[in-house]
Design a protein around this ligand. Structure first.
Ligand code: NAD
Ligand code: DAU
Length: 340
């Protein structure tokens, strides 16, 4: 039996939210989920359409709609909060909606959760800690831990850091029954094609040369999305109120290496890509120390072979062209405006 069997999932039609809903429904026959999702450019109702209607309900709406949030939160036992504006490149051009959704939207949700004494889990990012130097580093700068300083460097990560701090303050001041997870870069099925890995896969499939920012040396710490959602479920089931958990899979790779793995996997030459202008303020390296989550939650990443996970991801985009093809022209036109 699951600890909570009525769960409200915000952003459940986006990349990680979709994977979470599908994972929970598959593994927990006693759980019912209501998804609250605005269906922005990043949300897709079709991601959930094959799930049983008596267990998954999609409510199309905004987490800033306090009346709607109030109605939904009072009928649930737990809220898992994924909804956000999530893309750094967009935040650099239009930060306002990031303030509205990531800060005000989180505020609206935690107000309702405290009113109805509902368990709250806030899904956040390792980017709240800023970036780390490229290796070799001193031990204190080697990986992010739960005691790393908040030092966000981008408009997106600043809003996520602000949201984390709101949740922490609501725990301390109002006794909100909340936990937080900060996770590194996810990859896997259902990721929007504006993001690095699916952008390059779908570029190659569309006859467009992949694009690498700067010199390609920036490092990301990749975790398969199914390991991330299993970690969130473990926090809901076994996490301690007021605690923060860092979820990562020890898979630090520089962007050039990841791109060349994609090129090789798809039968192209390792030089078949273009270097383009760097992202302003581009964070150098992220790296997660997930020891606490592993020890306290009995959670371990299962997808530890990145090459195999990447190959499955490529195959997913190849098998689901209708899922992404209609968006491709607009996504690339958007990037072209910024000469990326
Ligand atoms: P995504 O952009 O793919 O999905 C976001 C979802 O939220 C979409 O379905 C969108 O329609 C919905 N949404 C946006 N604004 C909304 C609003 N105002 N009201 C209701 N719904 C709204 O994002 P993702 O990559 O799935 O990320 C989910 C969460 O995980 C975010 O909070 C993000 O910060 C965090 N996170 C992401 C990663 C990653 O690598 N993608 C890593 C760590 C943490
Ligand atoms: O670390 C967790 C974060 O990971 C999440 O909080 C964010 O929501 C998620 O988008 C992701 O942020 P990044 O900015 O790291 O992801 P993105 O996929 O945009 O870029 C990954 C790396 O690839 C980054 O160093 C920039 C680079 N890049 C990206 C794109 C889109 C390229 O070189 N070329 C590209 O075309």
């Amino acid at each position: 039996m699951a600890k909570y069997n009525k769960i409200l999932v915000t952003g459940g039609a986006g990349f990680i939210g979709t994977n979470f809903v599908r994972y929970v429904i598959k593994n927990n026959p006693d759980v019912q989920i209501v998804v609250l999702d605005k269906l922005t450019y990043a949300g897709n109702a079709d991601n959930l359409k094959d799930l049983p209607e008596d267990r998954v309900q999609l409510v199309v709406g905004d987490i800033n709609d306090a009346d709607l949030v109030d109605q939904l939160v009072q009928k649930t036992q737990a809220v898992v909060h994924f909804a956000a504006e999530s893309h750094n490149d967009r935040a650099l051009h239009d930060p306002r909606v990031f303030m509205q959704t990531n800060l005000m939207g989180t505020f609206t949700l935690i107000e309702a959760a405290r009113k109805y004494h509902v368990r709250f889990h806030h899904v956040s990012t390792d980017e709240v800690y800023g970036d780390l130097p490229l290796r070799p580093t001193t031990p204190d700068l080697d990986k992010f831990t739960t005691s790393s300083q908040y030092k966000p460097s981008s408009p997106y990560s600043a809003t996520k850091a602000g949201a984390d701090l709101l949740v922490r303050a609501w725990v301390r001041s109002f006794g909100l029954q909340a936990t937080i997870s900060n996770t590194s870069n996810n990859y896997g099925p259902y990721q929007h094609i504006e993001k690095f890995i699916p952008r390059q896969i779908t570029n190659i499939m569309s006859g467009i040369r992949p694009k690498l920012y700067g010199n390609g040396q920036n490092v990301r710490d990749w975790i398969h999305v199914l390991d991330h959602v299993a970690g969130i479920w473990a926090i809901l089931e076994r996490g301690e109120i007021g605690e923060t958990y860092l979820l990562g899979a020890n898979e630090e790779l520089d962007n050039l290496t990841v791109l060349q793995m994609i090129l090789q996997n798809m039968g192209l030459d390792s030089q078949d890509f273009d270097f383009v202008a760097d992202r302003p303020g581009h964070d150098l390296r992220y790296a997660i120390d997930a020891t606490k989550a592993q020890n306290d939650l009995n959670w371990q990443p299962q997808y530890t072979d990145f090459a195999a996970g990447l190959q499955q991801t490529i195959q997913w985009y190849q098998a689901h062209q209708s899922w992404w093809q209609a968006d491709k022209t607009a996504v690339e036109a958007n990037y072209a405006k910024d000469k990326q």
